[in-house]
Design a protein. Structure first.
Length: 441
């Protein structure tokens, strides 16, 4: 959104360090900031998200749980007075480890000032819990009067039955040739909670590890697509499922949704016969709900086990490329020690993992004096399509509805009254969208 790079590191007893690049060049200079979400308490396992009004941060701070938001507007400008809002989380059942996920925007940003939803789940077998359910907090940041900011429990949503009673010592997943087991990071959603604005609703995809065999302690991946009604603001589960197609354990999943509503997920896999490796799969938006339908593919096969400790792959992540259809994943596998693999794929994909872009929807936007010319080609259908222009803070500036002809549309928008700057143009309907950035002079 801002053509900047965000780098973070925890430091010392209670500090989080953040660097924001001064340009789009990751090798250039950076503005640097130091934040202390909870003085005297270590912010373990921090998870960040990009939102219009801030960089949101959650972490595992035992006994004094805090959610924090950093002043993105000032940080992007290099303002040394950029502050932080840190709020205490209402009492919440958890299982040894508590690090909820803040919504992380893809596509178009929510309008500035939109409360950021923050997600966690609970098992009815945990102390203090009575239902298998999701909890959704809502953090509303007020940078004019920070003390007026609020954090509330906004919703609880019952889920299908799950088993998230993991080993208290974090020894969960079996490996070949060793008694050492790997931590499946039970009890928390694994990064990230990808948030997308669609025509008529907003979506978030989430996943976490569950136990699918109580005898062997095999783990699988429980996943959800939530949708939010844009009128009422209420979230509901659109689909959910557990991915465990065989007897191997899968964990440390990370998932994202592309411009066509297809979902990709990558994850670690291990068992008594499979070394810790990385695999991925996916589904089309039109596939039966609750199922990953593409054949599982190995991104990199492990060749050894981790024999000295159980932490593994904590910061795995799947991101969506700005092209709207390519997924990027970074994760850990074992090969003479732990190594990081970075790879990409698309859905639908070929055996090479590369899909030709020539037959994908295209969006061309350019300014001609006071007109913004918008052309969409190779659209998936001729359904009514929304053409929207948002400012860089997520506010809707212009909107019109067009019915494509022969999978194409063309229109203009008068921008004579627009301020100079960067805007996001989106075309789409309930089944597809394409977003591009444009600078209006």
């Amino acid at each position: 959104y801002a053509d900047r790079w965000f780098i973070s590191q925890f430091n010392g007893a209670d500090k989080i360090l953040v660097a924001i690049s001064t340009s789009s060049n990751p090798l250039g200079t950076y503005y640097t900031y130091t934040f202390v979400p909870s003085p005297g308490n270590f912010p373990d396992y921090p998870k960040f998200s990009i939102w219009a009004d801030g960089y949101y941060c959650t972490s595992n701070i035992g006994g004094t749980e805090k959610f924090a938001v950093f002043d993105r507007t000032k940080m992007l400008a290099g303002n040394p007075t950029a502050g932080m809002i840190s709020l205490t989380v209402p009492p919440t059942p958890n299982y040894f480890f508590f690090s909820p996920l803040p919504a992380d925007a893809d596509g178009t940003l929510p309008p500035y000032g939109t409360p950021c939803p923050i997600f966690c789940y609970e098992d009815d077998a945990w102390t203090g819990a009575t239902t298998d359910q999701l909890r959704i907090f809502k953090l509303t940041a007020n940078w004019t009067t920070p003390l007026s900011s609020t954090l509330i429990l906004d919703q609880t949503i019952p889920t299908a039955s799950i088993n998230a009673m993991f080993n208290v010592n974090y020894d969960d997943v079996t490996q070949p040739g060793t008694s050492q087991k790997i931590d499946a990071i039970g009890g928390v959603f694994t990064y990230r909670a990808q948030y997308r604005r669609w025509t008529g609703y907003n979506s978030v995809v989430l996943n976490h590890a569950v136990i699918v065999n109580t005898i062997t302690k095999q783990t699988g991946i429980r996943w959800y697509e939530l949708r939010q009604n844009v009128i009422t603001g209420v979230w509901s589960i659109y689909q959910q499922g557990t991915y465990a197609p065989d007897l191997h354990s899968r964990f440390m999943g990370s998932m994202a949704m592309d411009d066509n509503g297809s979902i990709g997920i990558a994850y670690a896999i291990s068992s008594g016969t499979v070394y810790p490796s990385i695999r991925y799969t996916g589904r089309l938006a039109s596939d039966p709900l609750g199922q990953f339908t593409f054949a599982e593919t190995t991104a990199i096969a492990g060749t050894s086990s981790q024999t000295t400790f159980n932490r593994f792959g904590d910061y795995s992540q799947t991101s969506l490329d700005p092209d709207g259809i390519t997924f990027w994943h970074t994760g850990e596998y074992m090969s003479s020690g732990g190594k990081t693999r970075i790879f990409s794929w698309q859905i639908p994909f070929t055996s090479t993992g590369i899909t030709e872009l020539d037959n994908k929807p295209g969006l061309l936007v350019f300014q001609n004096e006071n007109s913004l010319n918008i052309k969409g080609v190779r659209l998936p259908n001729d359904n009514q399509t929304q053409v929207d222009v948002f400012d860089i803070l997520g506010k809707l500036i212009s909107a019109k509805v067009i019915t494509p002809i022969a999978n194409s549309l063309e229109t203009t928008i008068d921008v004579s009254g627009f301020a100079k700057g960067t805007y996001l143009v989106r075309i789409g309907n309930e089944k597809f969208q394409k977003v591009v950035k444009v600078v209006i002079n």
